[in-house]
Design a protein. Structure first.
Length: 136
């Protein structure tokens, strides 16, 4: 699979850098005074400095209010458990606590949502069976 590229707005580059490097353990790539490239599990995500970050609405998914705009990575289950433990240790505030969604159904997955310092919603998820990622 080829790496994806995603650019997203942030209101404070230094806070974004701290969060993505120290909390999510991303490596920094190229940067300027207006943007920073991060290596997020082999994918290129880029924080772009903006004056104001508008936050869109949410949708109900399996009983949770899931932010309509969010991004993240589908991890292996051991990676997800490691990240969950790390985030709990860092006392990250979850907007959707780590949980198993669609338990016993097609697409069963471990998921968790939290915000970066600019209010961008992140979801990290994992499947016990990656063949379930697109199962209907």
């Amino acid at each position: 699979m080829r790496p994806f590229h995603l650019a997203f707005p942030v209101t404070d580059l230094e806070a974004a850098k701290y969060f993505y490097v120290n909390i999510l353990k991303c490596k920094v790539g190229r940067s300027s005074d207006k943007w920073i490239d991060f290596n997020m599990y082999g994918h290129q995500v880029v924080a772009h400095l903006v004056k104001k970050n508008e936050h869109p609405t949410s949708n109900n998914v399996d009983g949770d209010n899931v932010p309509a705009s969010h991004f993240g990575v589908i991890l292996t289950m051991p990676q997800w458990e490691d990240l969950k433990s790390h985030l709990l240790e860092k006392k990250i505030k979850f907007i959707i606590e780590p949980k198993i969604r669609f338990r016993g159904e097609a697409g069963e997955q471990a998921t968790m949502f939290f915000l970066d310092p600019s209010g961008n919603a992140l979801e990290f998820k994992a499947f016990n069976d990656d063949n379930q990622i697109f199962t209907k």
